[in-house]
Design a protein around this ligand. Structure first.
Ligand code: NAD
Length: 297
């Protein structure tokens, strides 16, 4: 179908661009961008995500360091972060969430030096994003969604500016930063959440819909306006073990001008943007001009 926004192949193009920029960075500086990922506990989904991040980082020519702690205290994790903050080979640090019960995720995130916080979750980086200051880091999932939206609009000769955009979900990692990014594009932004009334009507009036709820098929196909662009962030597993998004795909795809599938939509873009943020951080650490995330890469 011509209206599928193929995140998998777009992410592959972004990763290729990152590989080329990494090669040129390494030739100029003799360094590699370095990404460190800390994982605590035994969450199987987290282990899969971390392995994927490690694999992609190595493929891109980065140094990848994974610190696996089956069991540790919060104080030990903070010490580990302090060491990574000081490590000149490491440009990006992330702590895989969720952390085991008893950890303060906020305290752990705040310990990461903001200039190495490539997940963009530190309050200094979220503050910069909401103030429109562009020398911080933008969280990877919304950054990936924005790239997909920009590309899709450009391919139609259309603009995001002035569009009515609905974001369903107000989390700190997806919904809120997505709202800041779309405001930055001059869209008119509505954020819906669990207490929102008349969501179906709001959705039908929206030209861009970003669904980040975490409930399989929650957004019904007939909520999607004719020609709307739909970005489905949700990752949900059905009882039969199939991965599906938050949007009822079969009903939405016949109305939307563009829609991301699950899997193969936003997910691959998230890892690509993590590498992108780490590459930016490496450039900043050497006071080099930052590369551009080209729309046609
Ligand atoms: P979250 O649980 O932190 O937030 C969910 C949001 O949905 C909340 O703000 C809540 O108010 C809203 N919500 C809940 N019920 C609602 C309802 N009935 N109507 C309207 N809004 C409702 O989740 P999150 O971390 O933002 O993630 C959302 C989804 O995106 C999950 O499925 C998650 O797995 C997925 N996700 C995917 C990626 C990716 O790389 N593709 C990255 C992050 C999250």
């Amino acid at each position: 179908m011509g209206n599928i926004i193929d995140g998998k192949s777009i992410a592959a193009g972004v990763v290729l661009h990152i590989c080329n920029e990494t090669r040129s960075f390494s030739e100029r500086t003799g360094l590699r961008p370095g990404l460190a990922v800390c994982i605590v506990g035994d969450n199987p989904a987290s282990a899969v995500y971390v392995r994927a991040k490690e694999k992609r980082a190595l493929e891109a020519g980065f140094t990848s360091r994974v610190i696996r702690k089956a069991d540790c205290t919060q104080a030990e994790l903070l010490e580990q972060i302090d060491a990574l903050n000081e490590d000149s080979e490491i440009h990006g640090i992330l702590v895989q969430l969720p952390l085991p019960a008893g950890f303060s995720e906020r305290a752990v995130i705040e310990r990461i030096a903001p200039h190495k916080d490539v997940d963009g979750f530190h309050t200094e980086n979220s503050g910069k994003l909401s103030c429109g200051i562009d020398d911080g880091f933008v969280p990877c999932t919304p950054l990936g969604c924005l790239h997909l939206l920009r590309r899709h609009h450009a391919s139609l000769g259309a603009k995001i500016e002035g569009k009515n955009a609905l974001i369903i979900g107000r989390s700190n990692i997806v919904g809120k930063p997505m709202a800041s990014l779309l405001l930055g594009e001059n869209a008119t932004v509505t954020i819906a959440h669990s207490r929102t009334r008349d969501l179906a009507d709001i959705c039908r009036a929206s030209e861009i819909v970003v669904a980040a709820v975490g409930r399989a098929g929650y957004v019904k196909g007939d909520w999607i306006g004719e020609g709307a662009v739909v970005i489905d962030v949700g990752i949900n597993r059905t009882a039969a073990g199939r991965l599906v998004g938050d949007v009822e795909f079969s009903g939405a795809v016949i109305r939307a001008s563009g829609i991301t599938p699950v899997p193969g939509g936003v997910g691959p873009m998230t890892i690509a943007m993590l590498l992108w943020n780490t590459l930016l951080s490496a450039h900043r650490s050497c006071s080099l001009a930052e590369p551009d995330l080209l729309l046609d890469c």
